[in-house]
Write a protein that binds this ligand. Sequence first.
Ligand code: C2E
Ligand code: CA
Ligand code: CA
Ligand code: CA
Length: 278
Amino acid sequence: ERLKEILAAAAPMEQATRPPLAMSFGPDELWQAIYGDELVVHYQPKVDIHHGSLVGVEALVRWMHPEQGLVYPDRFIEPAESCGLMDELTMRVLRTALRDCHKWHDEGLDVSVAVNISASNLNVLGFPDVVQHLAREAGVEVGSLCLELTESMLAKDLMVSLDILTRLRLKGAGLSIDDFGTGHSSLGQLLQAPFNELKLDRSFVTGASEDMSKRAILEASLRMAKKLGMRSVAEGVETRKDWDLMKALGCDLVQGYFVSRPMPADQLLHWRAQWQDQ
Ligand code: C2E
Ligand code: CA
Ligand code: CA
Ligand code: CA
C-alpha cells in the first residue's frame, strides 16, 4: 500500500534511468499481470519534423507490478511470448489504445495510435477481423490505427503473414516496419508486404551526427522509403542535434526523448499545449 502511495505521488513522466534487469517472471505471475489488469499503456508522441505537429502516438505497455512498481516490456514480452500469452496481451493493449484514441478524438486531438504486435499475432488468421471488431467497439476508424512489426516476424510463415497483413491494410490499418535495419529478413520479402511506414531503428538515429556510418545507413534507408512511397519515422531522437540531422536528411516524423518520454493517456492534451508553446 505504501509503495502504491509513493508511486502515485511520483512524477508520472517516466524516469531517465531504469532499474537493472532482475529475475525473470514465471507463467503464473505473467498470467496475473495480463488477466489481473496489472498492465498499463503509456504513449509516446510521433511528431511531424517540419511543422512540429502531433501526428500520432505509439502505445507502449508497462506492468504495474504490486511489489516492483513499473516494469518495462523488455522484462516481460519475451517471457509472455514463450508462455503463449501474447495474443491476450496484444488484445488488451489494442483495446486500451483504441479506447484512449477515441477519448483523444473527443478532446479534439486528431491522432492515430500505433500498437506493437508480436509474431504470434501473425499466425492467427482471424486477427484482421478482431482488429476491426475492437475498433468498432471503441468507435474509432481502423484508419486511425497503425500496427508496428519487426522484420524478423515475417520470416516464420511468410504466406500466412502476408495474407494477414494484406487484409489489415485493406481494412485501412497502417503498417509500420519497426526497428528497420536490425533484422535479417531479405529486402525482397519485406517489400512484398504492404507497409506504408518505415521506422529507423534508434541504434542508427541516436548520435548519428557524430557517426558517418550511422548517417550512411540513415540516408540509404530514407532514400528507399521515399522511392517506395513509405512515410519515415526516426525513433530515439534524444537531442537537438539528432533532430536537426533527421530534418536535414528529409525524414518525415520523429519520436524520442527529445520530443517526449512515453506518458499516460490523460497527459497527452496537456503535453501538446506545452509543446506547441515552445
Ligand atoms: P520499440 O517498439 O522499438 O519501442 C521503442 C522503445 O524505445 C520504447 O521502449 C521507448 O520507451 C524507447 N524510447 C523512446 N524514445 C527513446 C529515446 O529517445 N531514447 C531511448 N534510449 N529510448 C527511447 P520500451 O517502452 O521499453 O519498449 C521496448 C520494446 O518492447 C518495444 O520496442 C517493443 O518492441 C516492445 N513493446 C512495448 N510495448 C509492446 C506491446 O504492447 N506489445 C508488444 N508486442 N511489444 C511491445
Ligand atoms: Ca515499436
Ligand atoms: Ca522500434
Ligand atoms: Ca526496439
